[in-house]
Design a protein. Sequence first.
Length: 386
Amino acid sequence: MAGIDLSAILNLAVKEQSSDVHIKAGLPPILRIYGRLISIKNHPRLTPDDVAQCALRLMNDTQKESFRKDHQVDIAYSVPGLGRFRVNVFQQRGAMGIVLRVIPMKIKNFGELNLPAILERLSLESRGLILVTGITGSGKSTTLAAMIEYVNTHKSCNIITIEDPIEFLHRDNRSIINQREISVDAITFAGALRGALRQDPDAIMVGEMRDMETIEIALTAAETGHLVFSTLHTIDAMETVNRIVSVFPPYQQKQIRIQLAGVIRGIVSQRLMPTKDGKGRVPAVEVLVSTPKIRECIEDKEKTKEIRDAIAKGHTAYGMQTFDQSLMDLLNRGLISYDEALKQASNPADFTLKVKGVTGTSDAGWKEFGGEEEPGKDTSSPIERF
């Protein structure tokens, strides 16, 4: 085989609405479509030399040097007329491997992404900290891009993004947007964030809060009147609070809890799941909004475990929702199957009762979500190979 036709592979990936492309020696190229890994039909298996040549073509001299040093490197790669890709080149068992994340050309809005309307209000906060959390591949970057674009189209302000690498490209609209890429436009997240505070920002987007220094500066930036957006690899709001606090030494944790309670405006946690028709994925979204009760739960270590219950009860008044409430909404709208909802539910037994319409006296936040008399079985067909 005379090398890898990366252009053809990426064209197919975009056509099939893949989220990722895996290139590994010994296998044909593999696409992740709606969460499932599917190999490209009739494509020859790749050799180590095929993969190495492809990887080297993707990297410039600086990136090659970084790869030689760290045995992995993140790259932003563009194909004119097709799209952008976030690339990670890495080494495994002495050979090179490549994973490309497909970044759509168009930034979708909240409605197109099936995200709750409360995100519109959160995006327009004038100051504070907004976190988007979830596991890798749960759509955090897509949601964050939608929030930044919402600000861009509704407010006049200076927005600075700090990313590794730059994913979605934002064009100036009502706002000015400066996008800085780690290792190209800045050295570290913490350094870029510290510099951003001297660049007259109204809003700052930090691609990821990776270490104590970055978290500390982000909290200070939010405290001093800026709106800060960022992400964490945590599964829900309660874990997010605990993760941020645990980064700091014990003697500092009480003060961090007070500081976090004062600046947090919202925590959006999401999980992607297959749609009922098998032709896409949809997010289940937990949304925490800052309220006196939530702030109390963050400040008091013993009350942090009450966050989920506070979210559930805060739907009507504040627009908050738990994962299970979000699942019920998606189920009622026919977007996901009952079996999938039950599999993803935080409390499957309780969720089953809610679906059947059995509610308790403490279920005030559930009244708007309703239920159905009898749960149906999942009859959606699996994604077919191509």
